[in-house]
Design a binder for this molecule. Structure first.
Ligand code: GUN
Length: 279
């Protein structure tokens, strides 16, 4: 039976460290403030935004909530972002995605001041990560790195297979695992022989958004399996991209869903806000 990598516990550690740093800033008269912009009321986004605000409270970070109606125009949203860019009391700006279909997500992300880009989605942040320069990093893959490091998983020289090539998780995950000196393969929906590719992995990281897609036959015995998926199964139960019961019988260590990668994403966002304020 695989060892459980407890994301909830490790996220608590990261949040406590962050809270101490926010406290130290407060003693110097600096309040760390995150602006959270939500357009419309997508139910999943409402849950995520609520979790982020709750984490802000735990960490002693002020959250400034900007809730806009579904019909908000591009001009209106861009003005909100520009105002937050100019607001010296705001350290971090987060525009919750997905945006309603009539809004241009990429243009909105580009409008965020890179110095306040705590999501790490701005092209400048992504470019810095690719070049190995310091900058804001996408929270989910950064959280995975912390999970691995704080669980004592050595990445150097290991075969790492990432399944999924999204801008938010798969691609930045590849860059971060390269930085950790892993040998990196990024597989995706068009990869041939996906099972065989996955079975090469010492560290398998999955971010595809398909409930329980990865079964035991994708796993090399003794592998470390990191599941970035958050899905609902046919009964409405929260589950990851891996079949946890099957995979945990073959793997050496595995993250659960819930309680694995999810809490780390929020914790790393808090860390990025304090990083921003310190800079
Ligand atoms: N939607 C799903 N995940 C994220 C995230 O990490 N940041 C933002 N802004 N939106 C999201």
């Amino acid at each position: 039976m695989a060892k459980l990598i407890n994301g909830k516990e490790i996220a608590e550690q990261v949040k406590l460290e962050t809270r101490d740093r926010a406290q130290a800033l407060r003693e110097k008269g600096i309040e760390v403030t995150l602006a959270v912009v939500q357009v419309g009321q997508d139910p999943a986004s409402c849950v995520y935004v609520r979790n982020k605000k709750k984490a802000c409270e735990v960490c002693g970070i002020l959250s400034k909530s900007i809730e806009l109606p579904e019909e908000t125009t591009m001009d209106e949203l861009m003005q909100v972002v520009r105002d937050l860019n100019e607001d010296p009391s705001v350290n971090g700006i987060l525009v919750q995605l997905p945006l309603p279909a009539h809004l241009d997500e990429s243009a909105v992300i580009r409008a965020i001041d890179p110095k306040k880009d705590v999501d790490g989605f701005h092209p400048e942040s992504v470019g810095k990560l690719s070049l190995g320069l310091p900058g804001f990093e996408s929270c989910t893959p950064a959280g995975v790195i912390q999970l691995l490091k704080r669980s004592g998983v050595v990445c150097e020289g290991k075969e790492c297979v990432i399944v999924g090539r999204s801008n938010i998780v798969g691609k930045p995950m590849g860059m971060m695992m390269l930085r950790e000196n892993a040998t990196v393969t990024i597989a995706h929906s068009r990869t041939q022989n996906l099972k065989e590719v996955c079975r090469r992995a010492d560290i398998l990281i999955i971010a595809i958004g398909k409930a329980r897609f990865i079964t035991a036959d994708y796993i090399k015995p003794g592998a470390v399996v990191i599941d970035c998926g958050i899905n609902r199964d046919e009964n409405g139960k929260l589950c990851g991209d891996t079949d946890f019961d099957q995979v945990s019988a073959v793997a050496d260590a595995i993250t659960p869903v819930p309680g694995g990668v999810g809490p780390m994403t929020v914790a790393m966002l808090m860390k990025n806000c304090v990083d921003s304020a310190e800079l």
